[in-house]
Design a protein around this ligand. Structure first.
Ligand code: ATP
Length: 468
């Protein structure tokens, strides 16, 4: 039986990281979410969906910078969790599954939050989050809400399939991506000839009719998850659970998130979902407090046993040596792509004072930054603009770039700082003589001079994954 590979401990990871984080200058980190929300809309990272119609609560659009950031995050997860591992297969399944799926998974029965209405102001709240309800604007003589009794509200979004609108055509938009991993388990295992232990990973959209979407994209009604379901022998479950929680913490640290803003929180027995034997959340310290960005769960054999029961298909496996027939145990890692993007954006946001002026800079790690380099001619005239455009065209084939010739060079640098572009390449009069350029580092603002021919490799090296 394959043993989980050794991973370095959480303490080692944190210690190594803390020692390598050296503040470059006096920076103010993000304190008010409004500052980030406004930058994200202004620069085209993320903005309300259907904005021209006044937006739609709980739905967000990713603009040109946002989609690159999100794709980089998804690609990093896919590379790390699926491609690099011989023991993990990837899949991409339909958003709508057979309705029996959600009966088997327990969502029809259990996937609900307690809901209360205020009879006066007509607003709805989650009964377990009433401390965040604020004062009631509609009552006289008191600011207390006039709440109804709590009732359970199922969070799954429903839709109809086909032309008729009867009970038989009702379906759900998936509330999590993992259920189809369980229903496809047998097919994927057999077609890929994988043996236990192995995992199946998937990235995709999920939908939840959240009662109170809030905190920007943190709690949305449509969001993306990257989930891994790792199937192992019952005797190995604790070991794999321990392995995956360390691996996942390391993933977030490698994304460039500040280690002191990350922690692992173990669920108490009273907090565990009905199917869960153990759970640990990776939490990030947002301006609105510590919040979950990923859950790591020991789901036991709940899912495979339920889908076996509801489908009538045996999802058990037989050990080739011992001939033991058993249901594998499942260790799940489930990370929210949108929440992690939000953590990356919060973490990256810095305000600094430079020569008496405020500069806002998004210190995204070069690996996940949407644009890797901007090409800026010092002036447009004397052939410098043409030269810079040719140069940018060549670089664009290797990584995402941006060309900007409009306005003073200082203002162009500031625009790229806000977009999180780690490198600005400036072509000046010397470039015409000796084919060298300056490369400005976004965070330190230091500039180095180098031959044009060396620039692509220099930037590619800075953007490549740093691995043990
Ligand atoms: P919460 O308790 O915050 O509602 P959860 O425990 O229900 O989250 P899971 O079902 O474990 O979340 O989902 C795994 C991941 O999916 C979460 O860690 C989170 O990153 C993401 N996620 C869940 N619900 C939402 C949502 N409404 N909006 C954005 N991301 C979400």
């Amino acid at each position: 039986m394959t043993r989980p590979p050794r991973v370095i401990g959480e303490a080692d990871i944190l210690a190594r990281l803390m020692s390598s984080v050296a503040p470059t200058r006096d920076s103010r980190r993000l304190e008010r979410m409004e500052d980030l929300v406004s930058l994200c809309a202004r620069r085209g990272f993320i903005f309300p969906s259907s904005e021209i119609y006044g937006g739609i609560n709980g739905f967000w659009d990713y603009g040109p910078l946002g989609v690159e950031l999100k794709n980089n995050l998804k690609a990093t997860w896919w590379q790390r969790v699926v491609r690099e591992r011989p023991d993990v297969e990837g899949i991409d399944t339909a958003i709508i599954a057979h309705p029996r799926t959600w009966e088997a998974s327990g969502h029809v029965e259990h996937f609900s939050d307690p809901l209360v209405d205020c009879r006066a102001c007509k607003k709805r709240f989650r009964a377990d989050q009433l401390d965040e309800a604020g004062p009631c604007p509609s009552r006289e003589g008191t600011s207390d809400h006039d709440f109804t009794e709590a009732r359970q509200f199922n969070l799954m979004l429903q839709t109809q399939i086909g032309a008729s609108e009867d009970a038989a055509s009702m379906a759900y938009l998936r509330a999590e991506t993992c259920q189809s991993i369980f229903s496809d388990f047998k097919r994927v295992r057999e077609s890929s000839r994988q043996k236990i232990p192995f995992g199946i990973g998937q990235i995709g959209k999920a939908f939840r009719n959240e009662i109170n979407p809030r905190n920007f994209t943190f709690r949305s009604r449509e969001f993306e998850q990257a989930e891994l379901e790792f199937f192992c022998h019952p005797s190995e479950r604790e070991r794999w659970f321990d392995y995956w929680r360390r691996e996942r913490l390391r993933f977030h640290i490698d994304l460039g998130l500040d280690a002191s803003s990350l922690r692992m929180r173990e669920h108490g027995k009273d907090e565990l979902a009905h199917y869960c034997n153990a759970a640990i959340d990776v939490e990030y310290l947002f301006p609105f407090g510590w919040q979950e960005i990923e859950g790591i769960h020991d789901r036991g054999d709940w899912d495979l046993s339920r889908h076996s029961e509801f489908s009538g298909k045996d999802l058990g496996v037989t050990d080739p040596q011992s001939k033991e027939h058993y249901l594998p145990m499942v260790i799940e890692t489930s990370v929210g792509i949108d929440r992690t993007c939000l953590a990356l954006l919060c973490d990256a946001y810095h305000e600094e004072e430079v020569d008496g002026e405020k500069r806002t800079v998004m210190k995204l790690h070069p690996r996940i930054a949407p644009i890797k380099a901007a090409v800026l001619p010092l002036v447009k005239k004397d052939g410098l603009a043409d030269m810079a455009q040719d140069f940018e065209k060549k670089l664009r084939k290797k990584f995402p770039t941006f060309y900007d010739q409009a306005g003073a060079i200082g203002r162009r640098y500031r625009r790229m700082d806000e977009a999180g572009t780690p490198f600005c390449i400036c072509l000046d009069y010397d470039t015409k003589d000796d084919q060298t350029v300056t490369v400005r580092d976004r965070d330190s603002m230091e500039q180095v001079r180098m031959p044009m021919d060396d620039v692509a490799d220099y930037i590619l090296e800075k953007c490549s994954p740093e691995r043990d």
